[in-house]
Write a protein that binds this ligand. Structure first.
Ligand code: ATP
Length: 206
């Protein structure tokens, strides 16, 4: 498999979002320089990134918005639907479930897991919450590869280790700590305070 740079993947996700928006507005074709401007990218990078997806050349009337969106979408996620689990159905967990379902129909949060008896055996935005002790079997039986962690920081490492052992290969981590996981597990950290502190720094220093 050809290895695609992480920055290319990040840009492709932004292109897809913009193309989706344009599609909803009824736009049929788009030039690479317009997509670049909308995505905060550069025309030569757009053309290079699209080649990675299997698109080449720059058609005279621009790329078909619909075809391009669908190609990028298939490239980023070849499955019809990816099942994801969420651990920790607190305020953040519930908000994420609601948000994800509205954003991308290819991503389905199939189940949630929690330790609090008051939260177990209930549905949140259509997602059923099970006891955390059942997560391992669920992951194995349903061949789940992706998990979102929204438990308190102190619990995250234990959860990440257990999930990795069960076969999880990708974790979106909303806790501030860095997780130690095996090499074959990809972790993306989404520490909101880190982003906020970065914004505040630039507001005060630029
Ligand atoms: P709430 O006020 O609804 O409890 P919260 O966002 O304040 O939400 P947190 O303390 O951040 O709650 O915890 C997030 C969620 O993680 C909670 O639902 C909590 O029950 C759950 N949780 C804590 N420890 C574990 C664990 N070991 N395994 C699974 N879930 C856990």
């Amino acid at each position: 498999m050809i290895k695609i740079a992480e920055n290319t993947i990040k840009r492709l996700i932004v292109y897809k979002k913009e193309l989706n928006r344009l599609k909803a507005e009824g736009k049929k074709f788009i030039y690479s320089h317009v997509l670049a401007a909308l995505s905060g990218s550069q025309p030569h990078l757009v053309r290079r990134d699209l080649m990675a997806v299997g698109y080449s050349g720059s058609p005279a009337h621009g790329y078909s918005v619909k075809e391009l969106e669908s190609s990028i979408s298939d490239f980023l996620c070849s499955s019809r639907q990816v099942k994801v689990i969420l651990i920790g159905i607190g305020n953040l967990g519930r908000a994420i479930i609601d948000y994800c379902h509205k954003q991308n129909p290819k991503i389905a949060i199939s189940s949630a897991f929690d330790i609090d008896p008051n939260k177990i055996n209930k549905e949140y935005h259509g997602v059923y919450c099970f006891h955390i002790d059942t997560a391992r079997n669920y992951v194995i039986e349903n061949e789940i590869k992706v998990a979102i962690i929204t438990v308190p920081d102190s619990e995250a490492q234990t959860i990440a280790t257990a999930l990795s052992d069960a076969g999880i290969r990708g974790i979106l981590n909303f806790t501030p700590g860095r997780l130690r996981v095996p090499e074959n597990v990809y972790v993306e950290n989404a520490d909101m305070m880190l982003y906020l502190e970065k914004v505040i720094y630039f507001v005060q220093n630029v």
